[in-house]
Design a protein around this ligand. Structure first.
Ligand code: NAD
Ligand code: DAU
Length: 339
């Protein structure tokens, strides 16, 4: 087992949804570790997600772009472990603006990898996604399945994923790639299905289901994703590997929608079927038995109680999401949904 209890972590994208959970959990698990967050604070980055750490001497925040070599090099040089969460992450936005996805998700990964190569960083985690396998209509994809991404987000993530692996294969760098399924939990940007539908339902606004609502995803609580990442970081001998991370909770959009409405006691007539997402992948499904076998990890949050608890978090934290949903988000929402 690797001793990371005093490691210096560089967490890119740490002001976002999953990155911020990773930061909090890292400092809870390893009280003597240090964490530096590098985040551009795009529309998706939110310093409120890190507010509890203000004044904590183990924590530092740097506002900057992972594509900026001058900012990245010294930060990587001062770190033992780099965890790259920074990315443009929303499929709908990738359809309208693929360039920013290629820039951050591919070129940004390259800048970080180059800096890590130069600094001889002892561990580099590239946070990829199950979307890189593309639409999976048959058996769940294991890590040997071909990467067949079908939208500019997943294609850019596949670029970052394979680029990271190439630094292991070519330069022997200690790179690990993870591919998780759909996360849910507190502090997720309300452009994504669960927080959008919860917050709309709280305001009795329509829930815009794309097409038939029969598309399938595997859902995992963000805290389980983070615990899987720590299980990987703590295990020796995994360099060069890719790992799927799954919740083993396959649900359709309509099932998720029903769960949210029931948890809030809201009526089904809030559901509004709208024009489908172009190239909408019908199903993602991954086999995570390699991760469970090699690290002993398993998720701790059953889906039904996890979703209920998440719904309640948004009900009780209106301040957090009202800020995020105001201003530019309103313009995006009107333009995108026309509602
Ligand atoms: P998010 O959109 O909530 O956060 C992304 C963060 O990255 C934001 O804080 C943003 O400001 C920052 N960022 C964006 N561009 C940057 C740049 N050029 N330089 C520095 N910072 C930048 O995303 P998330 O849902 O927390 O996802 C985090 C990572 O996990 C991403 O790499 C994503 O592809 C991956 N992932 C997400 C899910 C999911 O269900 N959300 C599932 C699997 C994998
Ligand atoms: O699978 C992992 C991926 O999950 C991550 O890599 C991405 O960063 C993350 O955004 C997520 O991608 P999805 O496209 O699956 O997530 P999203 O929340 O956008 O959509 C989930 C499902 O809900 C999908 O079938 C589309 C549908 N949907 C979504 C929105 C926002 C709707 O029907 N209506 C909506 O308004």
């Amino acid at each position: 087992m690797a001793d990371v209890s005093r490691a210096r972590f560089l967490v890119t994208g740490g002001a976002g949804f999953i990155g911020s959970h990773f930061v909090h959990d890292t400092l809870r698990r390893y009280p003597e570790a240090r964490v530096t967050v590098l985040d551009k604070l795009t529309y998706a980055g939110n310093l409120d997600n890190l507010a509890e750490l203000k004044g904590d001497s183990r924590f530092a925040f740097v506002r900057g772009d992972i594509c900026d070599r001058e900012i990245v090099r010294p930060l990587v040089g001062e770190s033992d472990i780099v965890v790259n969460f920074a990315a443009e992450t929303h499929v709908d936005r990738a359809i309208g603006d693929p360039g920013s996805f290629v820039q951050t998700d591919v070129y940004g990964a390259y800048i970080l990898l180059e800096a890590a190569r130069e600094a001889k960083t002892s561990r580099f985690l590239q946070i990829s996604t199950d979307e890189v396998y593309g639409e999976i209509l048959g058996d769940a994809a294991n890590e040997e399945a071909p990467l067949l991404p079908r939208n500019p987000y997943s294609a850019s993530k596949a670029g970052g994923d394979r680029l990271a692996y190439s630094y292991h294969a070519t330069y022997g760098m200690p790179v690990i790639v993870t591919r998780c399924s759909n996360n849910y939990g507190p502090r997720q940007h309300p452009e994504k299905l669960v927080p959008l539908f919860v917050t709309n339902a709280l305001d009795d606004a329509p829930l815009p289901v794309y097409g038939t609502g029969t598309n399938l995803r595997d859902w995992i609580h963000v805290r389980d994703h983070v615990s899987a990442l720590h299980a990987i970081i703590e295990t020796d001998g995994l360099d060069g590997h890719a790992f799927n991370i799954a919740g083993r909770n396959e649900k359709s959009v309509l099932e998720i929608t029903g769960g949210i409405l029931d948890a809030l006691g809201k009526p089904r007539d809030l559901v509004r079927h709208v024009k489908d997402r172009p190239g909408h992948d019908r199903r993602y499904a991954i086999d995570d038995s390699k991760l469970r076998r090699m690290t002993g990890w398993k998720p701790a949050h059953p889906f039904e109680s996890g979703l209920r608890e998440t719904v309640l978090w948004y009900r009780e934290n209106r301040d957090w999401w009202e800020k995020v949903k105001s201003g530019v988000f309103q313009d995006y929402y009107r333009k995108h949904y026309g509602l």
